[in-house]
Design a binder for this molecule. Structure first.
Ligand code: SF4
Length: 480
């Protein structure tokens, strides 16, 4: 025994080997991540294990297992309990069997769930932020506490998207960048709020399942569609109440009488040409710059996007509605004798038509998807022949969940999965200071299939035995 080992033994210090940090933990204290402690000389996982029946009670029913027809709202009908990976502990350096390999009976079928927590250096978050407002240019750096923790990625329909975390920020930059990236991901994954600042863009406060706050203003509505889609949806309802409707949108601004919808309705051309690049009739790109104004543009005066009004086509008294894709911004104008649009009181029928746009908008939310690669050493905790686990997942013989929540497995190589953190129990994630994120993961399959893929059959224990053994509460201790 080395001198250090002898000294540690004399002082009751134990070494945690659950991750590469290898904390030396004094009696009554926890390691650097607070997940493991020295409880009377025994290395102990400090968080309680979470069982699916507990989460159901707190968070509503969970998803059906294997699409069972007789699904009653529990993961394992009859067993009424599903042991999740939350608080399970890890298997680092992973040749050891997973902490819990739990058997149960599902109808006439013997099942097994391999339960563990993965330490993920390769992981990140995808944030879908329901807003058209300009948050920053694509590829712009996203910062937390001054450190870059991600970037703005391709916008989706009605949403701005951020990619946060990932191995480059965790391991490829300064120590502080890695720590802040890990902290940011952990807070968001555990459903907490985080402030992010985007280079050349907005300051955001985001939280899973909550409305995003853009530059201090809480977003209310997700747009009903792009400008062209809004015209397609509501054209008939506007007919007779306005002679022209222009739906202002950063991506595709729509002009009703020119649009195919207006043509089908045989509307009289109004002769109003908007700025920007014409894509197809009644659909215009780049009518303004992106911003925090109407429809995700920088426009606050909608008339600013009108390039010209054709005197041969337009007529005095023409009624013009300009509206944004959420209906939050709207203006009603009537052309005077010189064909100049003059602001007028919006008739009730038009007000109703604008309100209908708002009524069809969904509440703006932030969605946080956790994405990680479980195709590495973690698999050795499940089977001695890891490639068989990967293949069995692809063949749909193995159901993968994270904290009991369903995951999406990406096609192609590896076990790259994605899970909505809002579907998981609260505080399901942890971290280790390497830095990396710790996430629960469970693999459920038929016991026979588990045997066939080279599973650790000697470690299988019945679910009742595991639940009986689990400690529901953990002792409170100091860190260090
Ligand atoms: S950081 Fe946590 S898991 Fe890693 S060695 Fe220390 S106590 Fe154990």
């Amino acid at each position: 025994m080395s001198e250090v080992a002898m000294k540690d033994a004399a002082e009751g210090i134990i070494t945690c080997d659950a991750c590469p940090v290898l904390c030396r933990i004094r009696p009554g204290r926890t390691g650097a991540c607070d997940r493991y402690g020295n409880v009377e000389g025994v290395l102990t996982r400090m968080d309680p294990m979470v069982i699916a029946s507990q989460t159901e009670a707190k968070q509503g029913p969970m998803v059906p297992f294997l699409g069972a027809g007789e699904w009653r709202g529990t993961l394992l009908p009859g067993g009424e309990a599903f042991v999740t990976g939350i608080g399970a502990g890890t298997t680092y350096p992973d040749y050891k069997p997973a902490p819990f390999i739990v058997s149960s009976r599902h109808g006439d079928v013997d099942m097994v769930t391999v339960v563990t927590e993965g330490i993920f250096s390769y992981c990140g978050l995808k944030l879908k932020i329901d807003t058209d407002r300009f948050v920053g240019p694509e590829q712009a750096a996203v910062r937390a506490q001054g450190e870059q923790v991600g970037h703005v990625t391709t916008a989706e329909y009605g949403s701005q998207m951020l990619a946060l975390g990932g191995v480059r920020h965790l391991t490829g930059g300064s120590k502080k960048e890695g720590v802040v990236a890990c902290e940011t991901m952990l807070t968001l994954a555990n459903k907490g709020a985080v402030e992010l600042v985007i280079d050349g863009g907005a300051t955001l406060t985001v939280q899973a399942g909550r409305a995003p706050i853009v530059n201090g203003a809480q977003e209310e509505r997700m747009r009903v569609g792009c400008g062209s889609a809004t015209i397609g949806i509501f054209a008939k309802q506007w007919q007779g109440h306005a002679d022209e409707v222009i739906v202002v949108d950063d991506h595709i601004t729509g002009v009703l009488t020119e649009h195919q919808a207006g043509r089908f309705l045989e509307m009289r051309p109004a002769g109003i040409r908007v700025r920007g690049r014409k894509s197809t009739p009644g659909r215009y790109f780049q009518v303004a710059n992106p911003g925090l104004g109407w429809g995700g543009t920088d426009i606050t005066d909608p008339l600013a996007i009108i390039e010209r009004i054709d005197p041969k086509t337009a007529w005095p008294g023409m009624r013009l509605l300009m509206v944004s894709t959420t209906g939050e911004d709207a203006g009603y104008f009537v052309l005077d004798e010189s064909l100049r649009p003059v602001s007028a009181e919006m008739p009730e029928a038009v007000q109703k038509a604008v309100a209908r746009i708002g009524e069809n908008c969904e509440p703006a939310l932030t969605t946080v998807m956790f994405m990680a690669g479980a195709g590495g050493s973690l698999r050795a905790g499940v089977t001695e022949n890891p490639i068989r686990l990967t293949r069995s997942i692809k063949e749909a013989l193995v159901r993968v969940t994270s904290g009991g929540a369903p995951v999406y497995i990406w096609p192609g190589g590896g076990i790259t999965y994605m899970v909505d953190v809002a579907a998981m129990p609260d505080n399901a994630f942890g971290y280790v200071p390497t830095p990396a994120i710790v996430a629960p993961i469970e693999f459920t399959m038929r016991l026979d299939d588990y045997r066939d893929l080279g599973g650790h059959m000697g470690s299988v224990r019945p679910v009742e035995e595991v639940i009986e053994q689990l400690q529901v509460t953990a002792p409170r201790m100091g860190n260090g």
